[in-house]
Ligand binder design. Sequence first.
Ligand code: ZN
Length: 429
Amino acid sequence: MLWALALGLLWASTILAAPFENKPRQKVLLISFDGFRWDYDRYVDTPNLDQMARDGVKAMYVTPPYLTITSPTHFTLLSGRYIENHGVIHNMWFNTSTQEKKPYYQSQFVNEWWDNGSLPIWITAQRQGLKAGSLHFPGTASSYQGQVAMVREVEPLLYNYKNETAWRENTDKVMGWFRDQDLDFVSMYFGEPDGTGHRYGPNSPQIRAMVQQVDRTVGYIRQTAEHYGLKDRLNIIITADHGMSNVYRNGLVEEITLSKIPGFSFKDVSFHLVDFGPSGMLLPKPGRLDKVYNALKGAHPHLHVYKKEEMPERLHFSKNGRILPIILWADPGYVINGYFPVQFHKGEHGFDNQEMDMKPFFRAVGPAFRQNLEVGPFETVNIYPLMCHILGIKPEVNDGHLNATQHMLVTSSGTQGEFYQANEPPPWP
Ligand SMILES: [Zn+2]
């Protein structure tokens, strides 16, 4: 009798405990479609993105960190830090002493550019016993404190970022990593619709076709997750690094060309990063900072000129030794030219992150997320603590807050993790 009671209790405790303790850890796939603006789905039929919103969560838009360009904003997604805090302040690695600059792709391989204090989520996950991977995501090529993502693929130099067949092959590959190597987290990058947005502009028929390609791919990703038996464990987050805005020239606007500004001379500058869309940075020669600043400030109604230490706090783009002493940015419609116009893109990004054209989209679906829920905007620094929470890992110090995204989740017990809080209290009441 006692024995039977004990057995009964044992049975009850096993049954009660089972769904909780034996619950498999949830997985996360973070996907970025470079330059997918928040409102692109308004102009194109996107049945798969719409279905994803019904099955999960859609944010009205998300706000990227400033500077709104690819490598810096992607490293924010991976680390939850503002750009001044993670230090990957530009797509281009540069050395102000030697005048060297490396373009986006080559900068991926400059380890010290990426590995300068902040850890991407792969490394944090691996240190806590999880398995992480990355495909083509900016930052993948570098190591961090001697570690790399355990499964990774970096695209070759002359990679065709538009090939839909390759997008499907890459999807199959990543789903295979989850199923066959039991990875817990993978970040995956697609180089479009950014390339098309630059070349043809965000209102072009070409961008609409590319948005449809993205939509088909989203359908394929979800279908493949189901075929691979991952649907019940895999959370899919889809977002982007920045948006896209039209650029005007050819007499439509008064172009910004620094060499034409009275009182400004490149002879007063020892290093510059201009001819790179709407943003620029200058290192004046010793003793010439005020001369350069005074010449540029107010010189063009659509050119913003700031000394580094006077940058608006909200941009979080000041407190880093790599940021040059003078920061320039243009209003939407304009780019900053150096000696003479050499930029011919119809679309650009790199503008103020308050501009609606710079906002990316956000969708999430999976066992951790509520269904058919549309939420208001939030900053992309908050995606990192959300992912850490779902994975059940303790985040590094970061600039995000779980309370910015917590309402998207099914329940606090629906995911593996504790509700770890960031060090600082949230800035809102
Ligand atoms: Zn980008």
